[in-house]
Design a protein around this ligand. Structure first.
Ligand code: TNX
Length: 537
């Protein structure tokens, strides 16, 4: 085994040297442009960037190689090739053997260097003739290639050179996320979003190194995931949505496809079944669940806080056990979100009793419980996680219990808040959140001790949005700022600098057909950057 690895490494090292020697010959007549790697509009901003002011000449003679014995690395190489094909229409082979047309390499290397001190860390070395991405894990390599995607200019040089060249600015990037949990939530309960819509959102989030998508799968207005042992949940509970349209739901196969697609992008899906409140759709489907003393009816409105499970029936916990078991079995990630917010018609003692019991059910099925900040009033374990959205008192209780906290303050991080009074969609019960307000705050200094912060999540509630264009209007560009707030260290975050880099995202967003909100605070760029190469006789 060791011998094979050595021979392979030697093979790749010699391949790189041979390419370099050979390409020096052919490239003589092209002068690469002066570049400055530290000025490229990367988001999220990397930990450390050192420019060397030259460029790698990406062209048709470039090939991608990956560490072959390292799990997932070849797939990361293929993902990069596919994305570059889409962006610049260049076909770059991955791990081709014995090709003599290859002059330059992008090498995605599994490295055990101790400098790579987290699974998502990577180093990117861009030289004239090689690009090397070092990472401990394929996850780190995946984050690294997102940076590389952002560095490749859309336009090739337009000089007299014989072949098109896309100069990639040279230098070194050392990068590592500030927080391990960098998320967004999508509410598919108030309005249903198709598997295709969710995949598009996942693609956009992954480009900005977001690694968690939390799906809010049930609420008063709809139940959105098939539970085989309780089929009426989707038959009845999935049949409508806010405004009275026809709703919808994911079959377990659909959900698995979302999970698979996310995993391919190193993103964890967190399922949420909100309870004991926000449960009208479940109670309409199976009225024995209902605990508010009324006859449940399908609900298409927006007000919340009127529903509750009956917290004293064993059959309710048997039902919850089935739901958690079926969903956990098709969820590879470590978390199960139980909601727990705004249970205004559940007595406090009943609420505590309920959360205590449900936490144990979640643990029995091998998951860590997450709940909105209210769950901290129950006797929850330190291993459970509180998602802080509103109450400082609850956040403090969670800290006292030693819990990890996901920072999602509604006044700063809610994607469904209107930008301003002219916003086409959104609510404003917490605040107006223009693009600068969304970015100018410091999760590290928001009242939670650093050691309790798991990360940052930006929830997108969907009462006012019913299709992907409307989703994009609220999420973009603000989610791009949240990616930086959770990935980049605070010393690297600065609004004046960020807003220029954000302006430079417009060509990407346009290419991806994202209907972002064109905030007047940003001087949006119309075209992508490029570098001119010069040809010499
Ligand atoms: C509060 S945030 C809710 C949701 C609503 C949202 C609208 C939270 C845990 N609960 O039920 O959709 O406000 O902004």
């Amino acid at each position: 085994m060791f011998k094979t690895i050595c021979i392979r490494s030697l093979f790749f090292a010699s391949v790189i040297i041979a390419f370099i020697a050979c390409s020096e010959e052919k490239k003589k007549n092209i002068i690469m442009p002066l570049t400055d790697l530290s000025k490229v509009s990367l988001i999220p901003k990397p930990l450390k960037t050192t420019p060397t002011n030259s460029a790698f000449a990406l062209d048709q003679f470039t090939a991608i190689y990956t560490s072959k014995n390292a799990t997932g690395f070849e797939e990361v190489g293929k993902f990069l090739a596919e994305k570059l094909k889409n962006k610049i229409d260049l076909t770059i082979p991955v791990n081709t053997e014995g090709s003599n047309t290859v002059e330059r390499v992008i090498y995605i290397n599994q490295s055990d260097s101790t400098e790579l001190d987290s699974p998502e860390a990577y180093q990117l070395y861009i030289n004239q003739d090689s690009i090397i991405i070092n990472a401990n894990t394929s996850e780190g390599a995946f984050r690294g290639i997102q940076t590389l995607r952002q560095l490749v200019p859309l336009e090739s040089n337009d000089t007299l050179a014989l072949q098109k060249i896309w100069p990639v600015p040279s230098g070194k990037i050392i990068d590592n996320p500030n927080f391990a949990y960098r998320g967004s939530m999508l509410d598919v309960a108030r309005h249903f979003f198709s598997v295709e819509d969710v995949k598009k959102y996942i693609d956009l989030l992954a480009y900005y190194k977001i690694n968690v998508l939390h799906l809010h799968l049930s609420d008063d207005q709809g139940w959105r995931i098939e539970i085989k042992s309780w089929p009426k949940l989707t038959e009845i509970g999935g049949s409508t949505e806010v405004g009275g349209e026809s709703g919808g739901f994911y079959t377990q196969e659909d959900y698995k496809e979302i999970v698979r697609y996310a995993a391919e992008r190193y993103m964890t899906i967190i399922p949420e079944i909100d309870m004991p409140g926000h449960t009208n759709a479940a109670s309409v489907s199976y009225p024995f669940l209902n605990g508010n003393g009324k006859t449940p009816k399908l609900y298409e409105g927006m007000k919340v806080g009127f529903s509750t499970f009956d917290t004293h029936k064993d059959t309710v916990y048997a039902f919850i056990d089935d739901v958690v078991r079926e969903i956990s079995a098709i969820t590879p990630g470590p978390y199960f979100h139980v909601g727990g917010d705004e249970s205004h018609v559940t007595k406090k003692s009943d609420y505590i009793y309920f959360i205590n019991k449900v936490e144990k059910i979640v643990q029995k099925h091998g998951k860590r419980m997450i709940g909105w900040d209210e769950v901290a009033i129950a006797d929850v374990d330190a291993t459970s996680i509180s998602q802080w959205w509103a109450s400082e008192e609850n956040a403090k209780k969670a800290v006292d219990k030693g819990m990890q906290i996901i920072v999602s303050p509604a006044k700063k991080a809610y994607l469904d808040m209107e930008y301003d009074t002219l916003s086409k969609f959104g609510l404003h019960w917490a605040a107006y959140i223009p693009v600068d307000t969304a970015y100018i705050w410091t999760p590290e200094e928001y009242g939670i001790p650093l050691e309790n912060i798991l990360g940052v999540e930006a929830p997108l509630w969907s009462e006012t949005i019913s299709n992907i264009d409307e989703l994009e209007y609220l999420a973009f560009p603000r989610i791009i700022g949240y990616s930086e707030l959770s990935w980049s260290i605070k010393e690297n975050r600065n609004w004046e600098d960020y807003k220029v880099r954000l302006a430079d995202q417009a060509p990407f967003l346009d290419r991806m057909d994202v209907k972002y909100y064109p905030s007047p605070l940003i001087d949006w760029k119309k075209s992508d950057f490029t570098y001119k190469t010069i040809e010499k006789d």
